[in-house]
Design a protein around this ligand. Structure first.
Ligand SMILES: [Zn+2]
Length: 197
């Protein structure tokens, strides 16, 4: 059983729907995309909940190189406060989930107000990607600023949003730290970029 939030539903003229689901896993966020042919059945199961932002449990199965959506229904679930993964409903006392409990791979949470100092769009082997470099100190310019670097590929739910950012924008950036080099550059998996309130 997997947990996710419906990100988009698009009707095609070929008789199927394309559904994308945001799935938070330990220290990262994935976007799962499915072509769904049994639309009638899915509408019957989901009703009005078949729309963006509905929380769902789903099962998928590998079919050749693709993953096929087997079942999907509206559901409630929890979000682990340790690693951010969607998990079965848990009580508030449980701090870590089984995905991150005792995990040797610990990723600190990133929650910072950062200034975008560089964007670079590049063709990677499998898809275009955008690399964003943020600077840590939004108040003063300094040569000793700590830099925060993240790369997002075209299939990410954030790609379009991130390509619209402009150098100089100051944003609230959240995500998970991947690694920090020499205390001067932090590489991270971005989860969201929001306006500073
Ligand atoms: Zn966890």
């Amino acid at each position: 059983m997997e947990y996710g939030k419906i990100n988009s539903i698009e009707e095609t003229d070929k008789g199927y729907f394309t559904i994308s689901i945001i799935q938070k896993v330990a220290y990262n966020t994935k976007l799962r995309k499915f072509n769904v042919w049994n639309v009638k059945e899915l509408k019957k199961v989901m009703g009005d909940a078949l729309c963006k932002d509905t929380l769902v449990t789903f099962t998928s199965k590998k079919d050749g190189v693709y993953h096929k959506l087997v079942t999907m229904e509206e559901s409630n679930f929890s979000e682990c406060s340790g690693c951010g993964a969607y998990t079965p409903l848990r009580n508030k006392q449980q701090i870590e989930c089984e995905l991150c409990y005792g995990s040797p791979m610990e990723h600190p949470r990133l929650e910072e107000e950062l200034k975008l100092v560089k964007t670079q769009i590049k063709e990677y082997t499998y898809s275009p990607g955008i690399t964003l470099t943020f600077c840590g100190d939004v108040k003063e310019d300094s040569l000793l600023n700590h830099l925060y670097v993240t790369t997002v590929f075209e299939n990410s739910y954030l790609y379009n949003k991130l390509t619209e950012l402009k150098v100089g924008d100051k944003k609230h950036v959240s995500g998970w730290v991947d690694k920090t080099d020499d205390n001067s550059v932090t590489f991270f998996n971005v989860e969201d970029v929001k306006n500073i309130l």
